[in-house]
Write a protein that binds this ligand. Structure first.
Ligand code: B4P
Length: 191
């Protein structure tokens, strides 16, 4: 199996690049953000509890997210590989993911981080907020809160994968096609 983690701050283009990567490599796309938004739209108990965290720019608790990922795996038993988008976002999630993959006799192959300046991120997210209807993209103070949470809780995930020799980073500014080409060349060198 080939398992890729796409890593980066909110608005760095993980979702945008994931759509192209799943098509190119035939991976199963696991976006915890999309799964959580689906739970909210379906008004499940999980969704109702997740909504308050997302609306205030916080992370949804680890146990909730890890449980959701575990049941996603159960629904995709024959997958030839996964693309993890927006997950793991904490070191506890990264360790839990390693455990779940070990149970499946596989592991993370490579982690690719998209590097984008904070001002560009704010611009992108506010622009997306005008059309997406996403409550977490319309208020600049919530966007700034998400960056603070990213710095405190998600950045250490980079060191976790650096220590395992799996971490690569590329420039996430430029055209979507240029960035996609950069990711593909990292994947080629890792395979
Ligand atoms: P996510 O859904 O993961 O979303 P994101 O980080 O905001 O965005 P992404 O990086 O995917 O950006 P995109 O491609 O869309 O998370 C939302 C929330 O869910 C989190 O804040 C958290 O509360 C919760 N959550 C999710 N996963 C969790 C977890 N594991 N644990 C706990 N909580 C979790 O790009 C953004 C915009 O930029 C788009 O409008 C796009 O068109 C534009 N864009 C993309 N590439 C561009 C480029 N090259 N140039 C210009 N614009 C570009």
């Amino acid at each position: 199996m080939f398992n890729l983690v796409l890593f980066g701050p909110p608005g760095s283009g993980k979702g945008t690049q994931s759509d192209k990567l799943v098509e190119q490599y035939g991976l199963i796309h696991l976006s915890t953000g999309n799964l959580l938004r689906k739970e909210i739209a379906d008004q499940t108990a999980l969704g109702l509890s997740a909504k308050s965290y997302i609306d205030s720019g916080k992370l949804v608790p680890d146990q909730v997210v890890i449980g959701m990922v575990d049941s996603f795996f159960d629904q995709h038993k024959g997958a030839k590989g996964f693309l993890f988008d927006g997950f793991p976002r904490t070191v506890a999630q990264a360790a839990a993911l390693d455990e779940l993959l070990t149970q499946k006799n596989t592991a993370i192959s490579i982690v690719i981080a998209l590097e984008v300046s904070e001002e560009e991120l704010v611009k992108r997210l506010l622009k997306r907020g005008q059309t997406s209807g996403r409550s977490d993209d319309t208020d600049e103070s919530v966007i700034r809160k998400r960056f603070a949470v990213y710095g405190q809780e998600t950045s250490p995930v980079a060191s976790y994968y650096q220590a395992a020799g799996k971490f690569r980073s590329i420039a996430g500014e430029g055209s979507v096609e240029e960035i996609f080409a950069g990711i593909c060349s990292q994947i080629t060198s890792a395979r």
